[in-house]
Design a protein around this ligand. Structure first.
Ligand code: AHR
Length: 534
């Protein structure tokens, strides 16, 4: 019922696949990573502007807001607060997200969506029912629903990625929501929207066909074949209403699922021709089971995300072959983050309260470093991963935390904000040479991991570099293979002495970026020393 059950389920089901998920490095990354000779301590990043992976789709750095805990109520919407505007939107939170520039936000769930009746959240507010959200055992007043979310997105300058209920909901109800949102006028559901005071259609482009339907914890969980057929039916009905949609089918909710990849294959056998993308989810933890509480291993976990992407793509392309389809699916990594502390008991049980404190994970420096690594992984898979959502955005496993008086930025805010601020243009196919270290049940792990972009508009290259060395600074030489780098515009670093340091309302800036001494460039090479744990 709660997400805590998800964990318990995985623990029972997954020890065999745990070992296999920790054994990594596939695809392009393997070919682009080269070990430097064992005696050489310097790392090198070779940049060639002619060698690119793909144009960067900015939706790679989307996020997620679920009706869960204090994400919506007390997070982005708090009509009783002095910090809110006349719509009830928290203006400080709105300004923060606008400044971040989040391009796309998934809503309304998550596990929540699989029991959600979207009709409860539209129409006059005084008529909306207070309902029990069974996924999180919480009360939902429905004062914030589809129209409020669309207005909030507009105010923030972001695009909605709408989740559909394919748990208790039917394909017909899914198509009705598309009609409500996207049809101009003259149909039952478009007229209802107009009656509710919203004359203009929203033209929502991207839709998730359910959430984690492979999970026995999911309301309405069904088999892969049943889900694949339901997704196909929903997709067909939705496209009858609006043929321009981009549709994402539910893939496996993680590599530890016993049905991992087999679920994806069977689902796609049923609905490949009707969808555009397949979803992946992943949460990481520095736990005894996953890493043996070993921070060196934890910082290497983004490499298992590379592997998950490669394996899922292999299945997509296998089914493509079966179908002789000209269409190549893309991936939507629509939930990813660190999440392991607030996953059980009261952290996932709202006890039938409104806006309970759920999943309020407090992030430390090492979490932020791994999030940086995960951003690097997403960038180097940008040819097929076209959309991804940091799960989530406010108060719930989130970079932004609020109370009645304001907000603060958690540690993970920073690597995410750097991706949003500095990744532009094309993703570079870097060659990275680095000394490696050993951790249990993994291939040798490079100390230095990196991704980069080149913005053709201003000629600027951005490099995102993770130094996994916990004790030593690492010398990195950037080798400009074609266009010599002329000048370093900005260099920032996130580091600290204490991997477990956190921010909070009492110390909001304990962990925050510092400027790094400008690296020097001579003879087409830029040298920089990266502090340990950075
Ligand atoms: O993001 C929190 C939860 O994690 C989501 O509701 C669910 O999809 C996943 O299990």
């Amino acid at each position: 019922m709660f997400s805590g059950d998800r964990r318990q389920f995985l623990r029972q089901a997954g020890t065999a696949s745990l070992a296999c998920s920790a054994n990594l490095m596939l695809g392009r990354f393997l070919s682009a990573q080269a070990k430097s000779s064992s005696t050489e301590q310097i790392s090198r990043i070779f940049v060639d502007s002619r060698r690119t992976i793909a144009p960067l789709d900015r939706n790679l750095f989307g996020s997620f807001l679920e009706h869960l805990g204090r994400a919506i109520y007390e997070g982005i919407y708090d009509p009783g607060s002095k910090l809110s505007d006349s719509n009830g939107f928290r203006t400080d939170v709105l300004a923060e997200i606008k400044k971040l520039g989040v391009p796309v936000i998934r809503y309304p769930g998550g596990n929540f969506v699989s029991g959600y009746n979207w009709l409860d959240g539209v129409g006059p507010k005084q008529d909306r029912p207070h309902v029990l959200d069974k996924a999180w055992n919480s009360m939902n007043s429905n004062q914030f629903g589809t129209n409020e979310f669309m207005a909030w997105c507009k105010a923030v300058g972001t695009e909605p990625l709408m989740g559909l209920n394919l748990g208790t909901g039917t394909p017909e109800q899914a198509a009705a929501l598309v009609e409500y949102c996207n049809v101009d006028k003259g149909t039952e559901w478009s007229e209802l929207r107009r009656k509710h005071g919203f004359n203009e259609p929203y033209k929502v482009k991207r839709w998730c066909l359910g959430n984690e339907m492979d999970g026995p914890w999911q309301i309405g969980h069904i088999t892969a074949t049943e889900y694949g057929m339901k997704a196909q039916d929903a997709a067909r009905q939705m496209r009858y209403v609006d043929p321009s949609l981009q549709l994402i089918a539910c893939g496996s909710s993680g590599p530890l699922m016993p049905t991992y990849l087999e679920w994806d294959r069977e689902v796609l056998e049923q609905c490949y021709d009707y969808v555009d993308a397949l979803s992946l989810h992943r949460y990481f933890g520095n736990t005894p089971e996953e890493t043996g509480n070993d921070s060196e291993k934890f910082l290497a976990m983004n490499l298992t995300m590379d592997r998950q992407i490669a394996e899922t793509l292999a299945v997509c392309d296998l089914v493509r072959g079966h179908k002789r389809s000209p269409k190549k699916l893309w991936l939507s990594f629509d939930e990813w983050n660190v999440w392991y502390r607030e996953r059980n008991g009261d952290a996932v049980n709202g006890h039938r309260q409104e806006a309970p404190h759920l999943l309020e994970e407090v992030y430390d420096l090492e979490d932020a470093l791994l999030v940086g690594g995960l951003v690097i992984t997403l960038l180097r898979n940008a040819d097929r991963v076209k959309l991804a959502c940091l799960a989530q955005l406010v108060n719930v496993i989130a970079p932004i935390m609020t109370n009645g008086a304001g907000l603060f930025r958690q540690t993970i805010y920073y690597p995410y904000s750097w991706a949003l601020q500095y990744a532009h243009g094309s993703v570079l196919n870097l060659l990275v040479q680095s000394p490696t270290y050993d951790v249990a049940r993994m291939d040798p792990v490079p100390y230095i991991d990196a991704a980069g972009t080149l913005n053709p508009e201003n000629g600027q290259t951005s490099l995102f570099i993770l130094n996994r060395d916990l004790s030593k600074a690492r010398e990195v030489e950037v080798v400009w293979e074609d266009n010599p780098g002329t000048r370093v515009v900005t260099s920032l670093v996130l580091t600290g002495n204490d991997l477990k340091a956190v921010n909070g309302f009492d110390a909001p800036q304990r962990v925050q970026p510092q400027s790094l001494d400008k690296p020097s460039t001579t003879g087409g090479r830029t040298r920089v020393e990266l502090p340990p744990r950075s």
